[in-house]
Write a new protein. Structure first.
Length: 144
């Protein structure tokens, strides 16, 4: 079995504060629970971030250059990964990333499209969102 390249091992052990400087430090005293959570997640090693942690950080546009490729790597094979809300909530967060990101990273867009091709509306896990939000977001991503 091939060894994991040392740079990947090092990245997995790193935190967003380390790879996406500057470090943020502690949140303000009067910070909301979301702001406190995001500040805290920036100090967690990347390998320890869960699906919902990625959803929250990507939704808040924190560490995009580091986290979107991690999320896409998972969504490529399991597009309906679920954080704390519903199957596909991580996918919805990724689909809200601005088009400019995908234009700058066509390899990530290609991997995302592989995941989109795995979506099956007949899957019992397939989320039913208001106003066909998922279908519209998928169609928009396919047009990039």
């Amino acid at each position: 079995m091939p060894e994991i390249p040392p740079e990947i091992v090092a990245l997995a052990a790193s935190t967003l504060d380390e790879v996406d400087p500057p470090a943020w430090g502690p949140p303000p005293q009067d910070a909301s629970s979301l702001v406190r959570r995001v500040h805290g997640l920036r100090t967690v090693p990347l390998a320890q971030l869960g699906i919902d942690d990625l959803r929250v950080l990507i939704s808040q546009d924190v560490g995009r250059e580091t986290l979107v490729p991690l999320a896409v790597g998972m969504l490529r094979y399991r597009p309906l990964l679920e954080g704390d809300f519903y199957p596909g909530d991580l996918l919805m967060a990724v689909l809200r990333v601005p088009e400019s990101h995908w234009t700058a990273h066509p390899d990530q867009l290609a991997a995302l499209r592989e995941g989109l091709d795995r979506l099956d509306p007949d899957d019992p896990e397939y989320p039913v969102l208001d106003d066909d939000e998922l279908e519209r977001a998928v169609a928009r991503a396919r047009s990039w």
